[in-house]
Design a protein around this ligand. Structure first.
Ligand code: FPP
Length: 250
């Protein structure tokens, strides 16, 4: 096995991506920003396939944050058209590739048509057992945490939980990703090095990987490089080192 081989045992189960740089990619080509988002959607397709090929269990993509509503109306409208088009176009492929699709975020602000479309694709793919593809739309980490606190508050109010017994597990179960493992690896493209209100709770021990590549240019090879970087890291979760991962990769 070559030194770059990705050994399943050490691969991340859950990879999160902040897909950044679409606007700059388009600007550099004297195109409008939405052109970059359309190219970004093509990257999504390629990276979903590669994640599937690498036996990644969960791939979560930050597609639209609660803060993104403050972008120019034309860009917001075009982005939602793109989400709807991508869903319609991809539904069959996702299903035939055994991908289970879910959206996280506050969907109540989305159009009824898009909400229906999302539900339809979630239902059609719900029994699939391959890659879990999670797309975050109108999502922010603070929204998720506030929402969880609200749900726990309701339980306290109706007497089904004693507030003095609430633990981290109870809290996690109220979050959007409750049934899935926390992300092992976060990739952010375009050179920015921040987590921008993505999964604030779930990133507690996530390994961070930043690359200068703009999202539309992010290739399967770039994805594998990020996985390889992860495989070489020694995750300690606050404990002391045992056998470092990189000793086990040949
Ligand atoms: C950030 O780049 C990107 C977004 C806010 C949108 C991400 C959306 C896609 C990749 C489209 C397709 C998605 C799916 C799930 C089909 P930016 O616009 O902030 O780039 P900039 O920092 O260069 O301006």
């Amino acid at each position: 096995m070559s030194r770059n081989s990705l050994t399943k045992e050490f691969l991340p189960k859950h990879v999160s991506i902040i897909m950044d740089g679409n606007g700059r990619w388009a600007n550099e080509r004297n195109q409008i920003r939405i052109f970059g988002h359309y190219e970004g959607a093509k990257t999504v397709k390629r990276i979903v396939k590669e994640a599937h090929r690498q036996n990644i269990e969960v791939l979560s993509l930050f597609a639209f944050s609660c803060e993104n509503w403050n972008r120019p109306d034309q860009e917001v409208k075009a982005l939602f058209e793109l989400f709807a088009e991508s869903l319609t176009e991809q539904a069959k492929d996702l299903n035939s590739n055994n991908v289970k699709f879910n959206v996280i975020g506050d969907l109540s602000d989305l159009s009824a048509e898009l909400q229906d479309k999302i539900k339809e694709v979630e239902n059609v793919t719900s029994a699939n057992t391959g890659l879990n593809l999670v797309v975050a739309i109108n999502y922010s980490g603070r929204w998720d945490i506030t929402n969880a606190a609200r749900k726990l508050g309701e339980k306290v109010k109706d007497g089904s939980i004693d507030p003095s017994l609430i633990n981290e597990q109870d809290f996690s179960e109220m979050l959007s990703l409750c049934a899935l493992p926390d992300p092992d690896l976060l990739i952010r493209t375009s050179g920015e090095q921040r987590i921008s209100n993505f999964m604030l709770w779930q990133f507690a021990y996530t390994e961070l990987y930043f690359t200068d590549v703009y999202w539309p240019d992010f290739s399967e090879d770039d994805f594998r490089k990020a996985l390889d970087s992860y495989c070489r890291r020694d995750r300690r979760f606050g404990l002391v080192a045992e056998t470092p991962n990189h000793d086990k990769i040949v």
